[in-house]
Design a protein. Structure first.
Length: 96
């Protein structure tokens, strides 16, 4: 439901729960302990646009192999993942 709400707010598109598939989860340590969920939308209604232009400089489609150089590394890895099954990754945590 959070993804559906956020895509409506940020991209002005409408998603349904059945149109979302889990891609993976990143449990990361940054300034705090965070968990990021990566979902794939198989379909949506509306034309994606910058619905919150004060929070985003640009919106563009890129092939996973040709992402801009300033994409956050763990986000790029998630977008470029070719795993068929959902995955879980830890990032930024010290080795045991």
């Amino acid at each position: 439901m959070a993804a559906i709400r956020e895509m409506a707010e940020e991209l002005a598109i409408v998603l349904r729960p059945q149109d979302l598939a889990l891609v993976g989860v990143v449990h990361r340590l940054s300034d705090t302990n965070r968990i990021d969920f990566f979902l794939r939308a198989t379909t949506w209604c509306g034309q994606p646009r910058r619905a919150e232009p004060d929070k985003c400089d640009a919106l563009a489609w890129h092939a996973p192999a040709h992402l801009p150089g300033d994409v956050v590394p763990y986000v790029a890895a998630a977008v470029q993942s070719t795993r068929a099954e959902p995955w879980v990754v830890e990032s930024g945590w010290p080795a045991p």
